[in-house]
Ligand binder design. Structure first.
Ligand SMILES: Cc1cc2nc3c(=O)[nH]c(=O)nc-3n(C[C@H](O)[C@H](O)[C@H](O)COP(=O)(O)OP(=O)(O)OC[C@H]3O[C@@H](n4cnc5c(N)ncnc54)[C@H](O)[C@@H]3O)c2cc1C
Ligand SMILES: NC(=O)c1ccc[n+]([C@@H]2O[C@H](COP(=O)([O-])OP(=O)(O)OC[C@H]3O[C@@H](n4cnc5c(N)ncnc54)[C@H](O)[C@@H]3O)[C@@H](O)[C@H]2O)c1
Length: 514
């Protein structure tokens, strides 16, 4: 047995990050002697890889599974994505609520003292605490999975190399995820910038922060850093933020950002970055005007690039493109023995999407002989949430998407200023919007904008998955007062559309006879 594990550093290497690394890339890890042949080899131990490997090995039916990770087990979600971002978002919400205290009859403190380094330390502590779930030791001991730390690279259609080890497989799954796109802005590499891979290592607050990209990453982090005391300028190349979301929803968030003092530069083109003594100079154009600004740090959240380099995909006939690996609806690549799941191959780049895809892959690789009974990606009903404040939660189709599919759509919108609990909470900026098939109560999709919209959307997801229509939803009792009553109000609004003049006449007759 040889040790192939390279020492990995997650700055700052305090006790918490040492604990994290000891779980997800132990410095003293010794790769095992490979089995003669694996039923499944999984490359990449992010959410998709962990769920695939644990799901297969955890069945305890004697499957031999290997999992390869070159950096940190847990992937983006645990280390540089969902977990650290939601921890600092939580701290930033405390600041926002302290600032709003006056609206609730509570005198806010004269000065809110934000200890940025303590906020980041809290995040590191929580992340380290969660990390044992994804640890190499746990996956080895609980599931009897062979963990190989190192870069996986295909040799041929039956073997993968990790360092000096050769792993033979029946089926392989590529779950290597994606990373931040490096923007093509002149001088940006020399000037230096942060991405999601480095921003959570900050220990000091940058006074002036430029955020490039107004998608989920840019928006969630711009608002958090603004609330934690940075001056934030947010550059986006489209005419409004979160342009993939429902327009009304994005508008509410954009308005909130402006209220909170985030400077928005929309429809912009970044031209050049220059490192100066006073900071980082950014040249850009906006509305045809040349402009510039000096900041202390630049954070880029400008989309994702797939981690395909080094996999040697050409050797195994796995086709790929700029956005990732090509898969069919069964998540099978162009090599029938090799599958893929998660950010490496899917338009839905979410942890829960990677998890759901992994479950499809387990079924299709191991339990669908001759292709019988395979599960399809297109059967999934996918919700997602952007954790701005208010949050935007969505599930199913947007109105235009449904129309493009030839469906006739009706939309019901309930603003939260008509929902008692939202009024009591002082959280009236938002709405529940439900799209349903015209002339029927079948729910096609929904968007919710609310402080905890993410906690509410699952009711609609469950309804869609369970084929529960608006009529049934309207008969489900919702506790009063809750913000989820907004969903019931939408369902009630649908029920009222059934009251045609004829039904009203009939009901009138019934009352006379009663
Ligand atoms: C800032 C940020 C916030 C986010 N917030 C959320 C959120 O709130 N909710 C949500 O649902 N999603 C969120 N996401 C998205 C989520 O993190 C991803 O969709 C999810 O991590 C994808 O999982 P994955 O397994 O496909 O890939 P990854 O998590 O990227 O894992 C891939 C793994 O493969 C390894 N690897 C790559 N190449 C090789 C190789 N050749 N050999 C061995 N190992 C290799 C990598 O090191 C990595 O560990 C966020 C993302 C970011 C960046
Ligand atoms: N809450 C969540 O679930 C969550 C949170 C964060 C990220 N994510 C996932 O991560 C993925 C990546 O997020 P993202 O925000 O990086 O990508 P994105 O592609 O969704 O958004 C980036 C935006 O930046 C713009 N942009 C790119 N280059 C620019 C430039 N030079 N100047 C100005 N604007 C520029 C793009 O046009 C785009 O609209 C998303 O697909 C999302 O699924 C999810």
């Amino acid at each position: 047995m040889t040790s192939t594990s390279e020492r990995v550093i997650v700055p700052p290497m305090d006790d918490y990050n040492q604990q994290l690394v000891s779980h997800v890339h132990p410095p003293d890890w010794v790769n095992p002697k490979p089995a003669d042949r694996y039923d499944l080899v999984v490359i990449g131990a992010g959410t998709a890889g962990l769920v695939t490997a644990a799901g297969a090995a955890g069945m305890d039916i004697g499957l031999k599974v290997a999992l390869i990770e070159r950096h940190l087990m847990g992937g983006d979600c645990l280390n540089v994505g969902c977990v650290p971002s939601k921890c600092i978002i939580r701290s930033s919400r405390v600041v926002a609520q302290m600032k709003e205290a006056g609206d609730f009859g509570i005198r806010p403190p004269e000065q809110i003292d934000i200890d940025f380094s303590a906020v980041m330390e809290r995040m590191r502590k929580l992340r380290a605490g969660i990390s044992h779930h994804d640890s190499a030791q746990r996956f080895k001991q609980t599931y009897n999975i062979d963990i190989f730390l190192g870069e996986g690279s295909f040799q041929d259609s039956n073997t993968i190399a990790v360092g000096d080890k050769i792993l033979r497989f029946k089926k392989a799954v590529i779950t290597t995820g994606a990373r931040a796109v490096r923007p093509s802005i002149e001088g940006i590499e020399e000037t230096g910038f942060l991405t999601n891979e480095t921003v959570f290592s900050l220990t000091e607050r940058p006074k002036r922060l430029a955020v490039i990209g107004g998608g989920p990453i840019g928006c969630e982090l711009a608002q958090a850093f603004r609330r934690l005391g940075c001056e934030v300028i947010l550059f986006h190349r489209h005419s409004h933020l979160l342009n993939k979301e429902d327009t009304d929803a994005a508008e509410i968030v954009q308005h909130k950002f402006e209220q909170e003092g985030i400077r928005l530069v929309l429809d912009c083109k970044m031209k050049r970055a220059v490192k100066m003594d006073e900071g980082k100079l950014l040249h850009y154009t906006c509305n045809g005007q040349d402009e510039s600004i000096i900041v202390d740090e630049i954070l880029v959240g400008a989309g994702r690039a797939p981690n395909i380099e080094g996999l040697n995909l050409d050797a195994v006939g796995v086709e790929y493109h700029r956005k990732g690996i090509k898969v069919n609806d069964y998540l099978q690549t162009t090599n029938r023995n090799i599958y893929a799941a998660g950010d490496i191959c899917m338009k839905w780049k979410f942890t829960h999407a990677a998890d759901a895809a992994a479950r499809i892959v387990i079924k299709n690789t191991l339990f669908s002989p001759f292709g019988l009974g395979r599960s399809k990606l297109s059967d999934l009903v996918m919700p997602w949430v952007t954790y701005t404040d208010p949050e935007i939660a969505h599930v199913g189709m947007y109105e235009d998407e449904a129309q493009e599919k030839g469906m006739k759509v009706s939309t019901i919108k309930i603003p939260f200023n008509t929902v008692d609990r939202a009024i009591a909470d002082g959280e009236e900026d938002g709405f529940v919007k439900i799209h349903h098939q015209k002339g029927s109560d079948k729910i096609l999709g929904a968007t919710i904008v609310a402080r905890h919209a993410g906690e509410m959307i699952s009711e609609v997801t469950t309804a869609i998955v369970g084929n529960v229509g608006l009529s049934k939803l309207s008969s489900a009792i919702h506790p009063y007062p809750t913000q989820a009553e907004g969903i019931k109000k939408a369902a009630d609004a649908y029920r009222r559309t059934l009251l045609t003049p004829n039904t009203k006449r009939f009901l009138g007759l019934l009352t006379k006879l009663s």
